[in-house]
Design a protein around this ligand. Structure first.
Ligand code: NOJ
Length: 750
């Protein structure tokens, strides 16, 4: 029997209570607060946050036992499915998503997701709450760490690669899991960068920036989606029928499961959307199929199904039969999901211990490669790569750190497996190493306490800042090279970790300044979860690498770059702010009537107290350098004129490695539409190509330009979007980043 028929046949035999039970998902190990029929009534379990609480080799047995109880207690023998947050790896933790996106290497992204899927599947997990595909343009928002960055095209490619990696061609095949695209939608457009806050934006921005990564994940076959906590243009996403049932299931053709975020249904009450009964009715009606943890579906749906609901205050009227129909709709989706996962045929899929976990050593090697490819070399005044010998002073609060280096949302990783930066560098046999802390990771004691609520990752040195600084300066003076590792603690970037000022803390800035004064060549490594304003650090450093939080092999991957065992190839997936107040931030800003630079000295778009000398931005989106030198020849086009919807133009650029090391160059194509019926972004990334170049080698890269790259949405309302393009002049910009491009003008006729 085809899968959906199997789910439908099952549904037809279920009682109302059994159907409602399937719509709930509870944290592992927890009983129902509602005290209803117990876990046998549930649809699924998740294990968020508690490392190895039920899974892992030791506890696969308890997951199996949970499934056995569920089957025994369920009249129709309906199995649970198990879900988990596998955000950037499972046991083997890879670099943060924001970092991995900096690799611009979608094969690598896919490989990490496939490895994570194999680890997760071997422990009985069926669904992972990833990829997070929220475009993020505000460095204050802590969940920038989990995002693929500021650009819709890069985020879309990332969404597709992650989905392919998790699911392969079939989420039920061995070693694969179901992907869950999240958070639907515009969670990254939160006001003032505050987590969970609402988003108000032009519908055009929604269609052009925030929805495309979801469309790409769906096109790649993602079988589940998680709703976002925020409201979009006044309507909270857990009640956003027009976006869930309308766009997602309608326009985007999504046929899978929509889960709420953690207690997201009941939070609609706090959003001001009604009583528990009202918000449950609204969420179900909007298309939320499963209620994560809150148990509100369990509590409210039985009565709603009996009596229906009418609420003038909420503009809501559902007859009992309509509620039942909605319960059936959601339940069928849960059952279909289980069918896709192969659970209706084999409830113990993944729980029998027969799917071997992949080799951790291979995972570690992959994580190390990923860390090296995710780090971005921002500056190198002839210092790097270092010869693996001599006296090195290794300074900074993260030098001996494991817990922070792994990064946020690494719930199943074990930071004890991390080789510290000190050990990674000391592994080079001819290096003499002195280490010194130099500064604390955060300046304020209360801030340290706040970061430690889930375990102590942030410590403060009792010696105080002056003593630490003096020791570090002496170490740098006595060394031939000083390397300083600065940045953020793991919990400084992540969920509910918004900050007012995304910048390197004052004491670390002071440390770098003091080290630079010693005259010893200074290599600065930034380990962080968000793009931080670096202030004068970039000038003070002789070499600068933005290394992010690199996961289980982060420090080793960065050490490989420092000593030239790996070639730097990372490119920023987000622009680095010049100042912490310069937010939100992205390269594709729209022009204004009073641009800067321009004719106006003061009356211009910008900030009065931002020093003009800092512009143009040194580290824009797409930026990153290698150890070799790359030259772009003037781009050529097959024609300067194209016509009609089927027109094509080829842009060709020859790229040469003029240095003496092999390198990987990411050739980026941006397009702008200087005159259109509405204001268009200054430029938008439309394609990119990563190419390996041997010393002296030249390669030609060809981009095909189609009308699809010129279109944009006009959307006076959510339900009236039209994709249009404006015949006339377009500019093609090609180059190594979003700033340093060469431009060709073309004309596209109607
Ligand atoms: C809340 C987070 O927003 C979401 O990303 C995560 O998947 C769930 N909690 C489950 O842990």
């Amino acid at each position: 029997m085809p899968l959906l028929d199997a789910a439908g046949a099952l549904l037809a035999r279920m009682t109302l209570d059994e159907k409602i039970g399937q719509l709930n998902l509870l944290a592992a190990g927890e009983g129902l607060a509602t005290g209803a029929a117990g876990e046998t009534q549930l649809g699924a379990r998740l294990d968020a946050g508690s490392v190895g609480a039920i899974f892992g080799t030791k506890s696969l047995a308890s997951a199996r036992a949970m499934q056995e109880r569920a089957l025994a207690g369920s009249r129709l023998g309906i199995p649970l499915f198990f879900a988990e947050d596998v955000i950037h790896g499972h046991r083997t933790v890879f670099p943060l998503p924001i970092a991995l996106a900096c690799s611009w290497n979608m094969d690598l992204v896919e490989e990490t997701a496939a490895f994570a899927a194999a680890e997760a599947a071997s422990e009985g997990l069926h669904q992972v709450y990833a990829p997070m595909v929220d475009v993020a343009r505000d460095p204050r928002w802590g969940r920038v760490a989990e995002s693929p960055g500021e650009d819709p095209l890069l985020a879309s490619r990332y969404a597709a690669a992650m989905t392919h990696g998790f699911q392969g061609r079939d989420p039920a095949s061995p070693g694969r899991v179901a992907a869950c695209l999240k958070h639907f939608v515009a969670y990254g457009a939160t006001q003032s960068g505050r987590d969970y806050d609402n988003a108000s934006l032009a519908w055009e921005d929604l269609f052009e920036v925030y929805l495309p990564p979801f469309a790409a994940g769906i096109a790649a076959g993602a079988v589940s989606v998680m709703a976002a906590f925020n409201a979009v243009n006044k309507l909270p996403m857990h009640a956003h029928g027009p976006l869930i049932e309308g766009w997602l299931r309608g326009a985007a053709g999504f046929g899978g499961l929509v889960v709420s975020d953690y207690t997201g249904v009941q939070e609609l009450t706090a959003h001001g959307l009604g009583t528990p009964a009202e918000v449950v009715a609204r969420a179900l009606h909007a298309g939320i199929d499963m209620d994560m943890v809150g148990e509100d579906f369990l509590r409210e749906l039985p009565a709603l199904a009996k009596g229906g609901i009418t609420s003038a205050e909420c503009g809501l009227s559902l007859a009992p039969g309509e509620v039942e129909r909605l319960i059936d709709r959601a339940c069928l989706r849960v059952l279909s999901f289980k069918a896709w996962l192969g659970l209706l045929d084999d409830p113990f899929r993944g729980l029998d211990g027969r799917q071997p976990a992949p080799d951790r050593k291979l995972g570690h090697a992959l994580a190390r490669k990923a860390a090296a490819e995710s780090a971005v070399l921002l500056k190198n005044a002839g210092v790097l790569p270092l010869a693996p010998k001599g006296r090195i002073a290794l300074i900074g609060p993260l030098v001996e750190d494991r817990l922070n280096m792994i990064g946020t949302w690494s719930v199943s990783g074990d930071a004890r497996n991390i080789v510290t930066l000190r050990d990674a560098i000391a592994a080079r046999p001819d290096v003499t190493l002195t280490t010194s802390r130099g500064a604390d990771i955060v300046d304020l004691p209360w801030f340290a306490q706040r970061l430690n609520v889930h375990g102590e990752t942030v410590t403060r040195d009792p010696r105080g800042s002056e003593a630490m600084l003096a020791e570090a300066v002496a170490a740098a003076r006595a060394a031939e090279i000083a390397i300083v590792a600065i940045g953020e603690a793991r919990e400084q970037a992540g969920e509910s970790s918004s900050v007012l000022a995304p910048e390197i803390p004052a004491s670390q800035r002071r440390l770098v300044a003091a080290l630079a004064e010693t005259g010893t060549p200074l290599v600065v490594l930034v380990f962080a979860g968000r793009p931080l304003a670096l202030g004068p650090i970039a000038d003070q450093a002789d070499a600068l690498i933005y290394a992010w939080h690199g996961g289980i092999a982060g420090p080793e991957g960065v050490a490989d770059l420092v000593f030239g065992d790996a070639e730097p190839s990372g490119r920023l997936s987000v622009s680095l702010p010049l100042h912490p107040g310069e937010v939100p931030l992205h390269y594709s800003v729209e022009p204004t009537g009073r641009p800067f630079p321009g004719q106006f000295a003061k009356f211009r778009t910008g900030w009065l107290d931002l020093d003009d000398a800092l512009l143009p931005r040194p580290f824009p989106f797409g930026f990153g350098i290698g150890y070799s030198a790359v030259r772009y020849a003037p781009p050529q086009v097959s024609s300067r004129v194209a016509q009609g919807e089927d027109g094509r133009i080829e842009l060709l650029v020859a790229v040469s490695n003029t240095g003496d090391r092999q390198t990987v160059e990411t050739v980026q194509l941006y397009i702008s539409d200087p005159v259109a019926r509405i204001t268009r972004p200054g430029r938008l990334l439309k394609d990119f190509r990563r190419i390996a170049l041997a010393p002296g080698e030249t390669r030609e890269v060809t981009f095909e330009i189609t009308v699809g790259m010129l279109t944009y949405p006009i959307a006076p309302a959510l339900d009236s979007v039209t994709e249009v393009w404006d015949p006339g002049c377009f500019q093609l910009h090609v180059g190594p980043n979003s700033r340093d491009t060469q431009t060709v003008e073309i004309t596209w006729q109607a």
